[in-house]
Design a binder for this molecule. Structure first.
Ligand SMILES: Cc1cc2nc3c(=O)[nH]c(=O)nc-3n(C[C@H](O)[C@H](O)[C@H](O)COP(=O)(O)O)c2cc1C
Length: 380
């Protein structure tokens, strides 16, 4: 069973992730992990913090001589900003520590601040926002890089791109081949204008990203039980990302407005290639909760970032008086980064389903099991 956990606060010493259940023998490159972390920090509309932090992963367990060894892997990502917070967020209380805290008593609408303060009985939302922050996703992306290496050993790749920013939308479907070359420059320029407008007006902007997985074999996930259905598992993984409020599998929204005859992907058989083919991929590579061999396609709908330079109305946690929400240095648009995080989450869910089906304590064993199954599919 492949599982992972993360710990760490936004302005704490570091983020930590552990991942258990990876077979031994997966090739791991620290450069590849760091490249994914770098990709998470890019994108038009990011805030000041990205300039002070270039994330680097430290793998402290589970990888030796550039390969997984089958034991839990542990990754650290240090917070460069920690040096500015050692007095405000010390592990052990310090003399005069009360004055050095940076309390947040004016909860920000759209954040975990108020609900978390009520739930954990803090009159300072600092302890809540430190963990609710999307900083945590750096740890997810680091784990995602290891998992992508597993999937890559089987020719499975996962990529993302932005398909809508505010009211500007990419008006065509992008096939895998197009995605690699990437981006409609005219649409991208219009998207950047929307971000600029948000900057100018002290506002923020959301949109939609799309994640595509290529080379996925048919039969991952299962129709047999509600919690093994892969579409549901992917939806949970995508919506678990901070600020993602909606998810779409394939062309769900478009399909909901059409007749069934226009929406289902017809089935054909290519005798020369001795394989089934499909008329289109509107289902996003998922039918009955299983992969069907087409590209897996999921989209995430990101709300506009909650923290505004023009703060929204709030009420103080201590005095209960009306007040403007606190301002923490903030991004204006995080769509490309959210896509990279979603790649990691999709890779994790696919890898879980992959290992459920093929198992294996070593990569060689997983490969034998995979090849046996693929022969069954080819000879079908
Ligand atoms: C990559 C990324 C960066 C984010 N950066 C910010 C930010 O700078 N400021 C902010 O207010 N929210 C930011 N968010 C969103 C908040 O973390 C999120 O809205 C908040 O934790 C509340 O969770 P919810 O929106 O999922 O309900 C970011 C989200 C992502 C995915």
């Amino acid at each position: 069973m492949l599982r992972f956990e993360t710990a760490g606060e936004s302005h704490g010493e570091c983020l930590v992730a552990t991942v258990t259940g990876l077979p031994a023998g997966i090739p791991v490159s620290l450069d590849a992990v760091n490249r994914e972390l770098w990709r998470r920090q890019q994108g038009y509309g990011r805030g000041g913090r990205m300039k002070i932090e270039a994330d680097r992963a430290e793998i402290v367990a589970g990888v030796r001589h550039s390969h997984t060894i089958g034991s839990p892997a542990a990754i650290l990502v240090r917070n460069r900003d920690w040096q500015n917070w050692t007095d405000a967020l010390p592990v052990e209380d310090i003399d005069g520590g009360e004055e050095k805290r940076k309390p947040v008593t004016r909860p920000r609408p759209g954040h975990a601040d108020l609900a978390g303060a009520l739930k954990f009985n803090f009159h300072d939302a600092r302890y809540i926002l430190e963990r609710a922050s999307a900083r945590e996703t750096a740890a997810r992306v680091a784990v995602g890089a290891l998992v992508k290496a597993l999937l890559g050993s089987f020719g499975i790749e996962v990529l993302s791109h932005v398909i809508a920013c505010g009211r500007v939308r990419l008006e065509r479907h992008a096939a895998w081949e197009v995605l690699l070359g990437c981006v409609d420059t005219a649409t991208e320029a219009r998207m950047k204008e929307v971000v600029d407008e948000a900057y100018r007006t002290g506002d923020t902007v959301g949109g939609v990203f799309e994640v595509m997985a290529h080379g996925v074999p048919p039969g991952l996930g299962s129709h047999t039980t509600w919690d093994s259905r892969l579409d549901g598992r992917l939806a949970q993984a995508i919506v678990s990302i901070q600020a993602v409020k909606g998810v779409e599998v394939g062309c769900a929204a478009e399909g909901a407005a059409r007749f069934g005859s226009e929406v289902q992907d017809t089935i054909h058989y290519d005798r020369e290639r001795r394989s089934f083919t499909r008329g289109a991929n509107r289902a996003g590579g998922l039918e009955g909760g299983m992969t069907n061999g087409q590209d897996v396609l999921v989209r995430g709908m990101l709300k506009p970032i909650s923290t505004l330079r023009r703060p929204l109305e709030s009420a103080d946690l201590v005095t209960h008086e009306p007040s403007l929400a606190a301002y923490e240095r903030s991004d204006v648009c995080v769509l490309p980064a959210a896509g990279v995080i979603a790649e990691a989450m999709v890779a994790l869910v696919l890898a879980q389903a992959f290992l459920e089906k093929f198992g294996g304590d070593s990569l060689g064993e997983t490969k034998r099991n995979y090849q046996g199954y693929m022969k069954q599919v080819q000879d079908f």
